[in-house]
Design a binder for this molecule. Structure first.
Ligand code: HDC
Length: 284
């Protein structure tokens, strides 16, 4: 059962990072840049290098790896449920950043069902100017039944339009995608170790949710921003099913000016993997 006091009192360590060219390129490769026949040289070559805005999701985090054990949680039972990112200023190359995470609301879906934990994360410059605000929901499978509120506060899930998508893009993932992505910080064994994946009920390790979000962010940059990542300033969605490395992810969009709704699926399996997606392509 979820130990609420331990969780609420847990101080997640702050973390510092530098958004240097090597880490920006590694991040881009981690979210699949260079695999598709589209021009992404500016994401992987030091000359005129651009930073993917979703890289804010991996900068200034403590890596989580020791944290789950300290909280008494088993990796196979923790899934990334939802994520949002809003950039308030551009993420710049060479920038020093530091991040802070706080545990927020906790929901109880009932005995034998999940507990949901919401964490708020802020990424800042050395002088504490906010670069990005993020919210994430962790799904702790089977941890419900402690008597908390059933739902997290906030808006209901975004309904997708009942009309064909305005545009879509299929992007591949590599069979070693999770092995590459984990080098950006999230060393959760669920994405690399067959035994941990089996304990979670999966045939093989699954892709990180934030790797899928980064890949979908690339699709949005291509579909809505003329290839310029600086225009993508917000993205949010729910992870509705796992993605396996090697699968293709299809991003479908419905655009209304700078506001975009999106959904991602794995066409080979006809499964929606990210739903209720919202993005903003306004730039700064
Ligand atoms: C310190 C540690 C930090 C860890 C940070 C994260 C580390 C990362 O490395 C972890 C990962 O990247 S995991 C990979 C990415 N995530 C995934 O693949 C999960 C995909 N989603 C699923 O499989 C299902 O939605 C699933 C299994 C999540 C839920 O499936 P359902 O069949 O819908 O489950 P069910 O039991 O019927 O649902 C119960 C209630 O939960 C709500 N819910 C479902 N999916 C949710 C989601 N993704 N986010 C938030 N809430 C969700 C349902 O609405 C339901 O509530 P209610 O009964 O009130 O409607």
């Amino acid at each position: 059962m979820l130990n609420l006091d331990r969780l609420r009192d847990f101080a997640i360590p702050a973390a510092e990072d530098i958004c240097d060219p090597r880490s920006a390129i590694l991040y881009a490769l981690g979210v699949g840049a260079g695999l598709a026949p589209i021009d992404e040289q500016h994401l992987v070559f030091e000359r005129d290098l651009a930073v993917l805005p979703t890289m804010a999701l991996v900068l200034g985090t403590p890596g989580f790896w020791p944290m789950a054990a300290e909280l008494g949680w088993d990796w196979p039972n923790i899934l990334h449920g939802e994520q949002s990112l809003r950039l308030l200023r551009p993420l710049e190359l060479g920038q020093l950043v530091h991040g802070r995470i706080e545990i927020g609301d906790i929901a109880d879906k009932g005995p034998g069902k999940p507990a949901l934990v919401r964490a708020k994360r802020t990424l800042m410059t050395p002088t504490d100017l906010v670069i990005a605000e993020m919210e994430e929901t962790w799904v702790l499978r089977g941890a419900g039944g402690f008597g908390g509120p059933r739902d997290l506060p906030g808006a209901a899930a975004t309904a997708m339009p009942d009309e064909p998508a305005h545009a879509m893009l299929d992007l591949p993932t590599a069979i070693n995608q999770a092995l590459l992505y984990r080098l950006t910080g999230d060393r959760n064994p669920l994405h690399v170790d067959a035994g941990t994946a089996a304990s979670a009920g999966f045939d093989r390790p699954i892709l990180h949710g934030l790797a899928t979000m980064g890949l979908v962010g690339r699709a949005l940059v291509h579909l809505c921003c003329d290839g310029n990542p600086a225009f993508l300033t917000a993205i949010s969605a729910r992870f509705t099913a796992p993605v396996w490395p090697g699968e293709t992810v299809r991003t479908e969009i419905w655009r209304d000016g700078v506001d975009v709704l999106f959904r991602a699926s794995v066409p080979e399996r006809c499964v929606v993997v990210m739903d209720g997606g919202q993005a903003c392509v306004a730039g700064f």
